[in-house]
Design a protein around this ligand. Structure first.
Ligand SMILES: [Zn+2]
Length: 95
């Protein structure tokens, strides 16, 4: 990943969901996407999320996380499609 020059303006921010489940402004982009209503997080290029976005109705509930620990702490679970291994691990700890 390349970093923009220090003096590059304006400095943009990204709205991410923190470990407390509340949004905050971050100076770095999130690495994971999520769905607020279904409490699922997944990769930004998730095919399942892309299909849902195409159908519409998903965008309003689209959220982003800095990383996986943040998503888990906020009460989200891994996407079964793009994070199958993480999803299985999560399932194993649930019941
Ligand atoms: Zn996914």
């Amino acid at each position: 990943m390349t970093r923009p020059a220090e003096d590059e303006a304006p400095r943009r921010t990204w709205t991410l969901i923190g470990p407390d489940g509340l949004p905050y402004e971050s100076s770095v982009a999130g690495t994971l996407g999520g769905h607020r209503r279904s409490r699922i997080y997944g990769r930004l290029g998730c095919p399942s999320a892309a299909r849902a976005l195409t159908r519409g109705g998903y965008l309003a509930d689209r959220v982003f996380f800095a990383d996986e620990p943040n998503a888990i702490a906020a009460g989200y679970r891994p996407c079964a499609v793009c994070m199958a291994a993480e999803y299985r691990a999560w399932r194993a700890t649930e019941c």
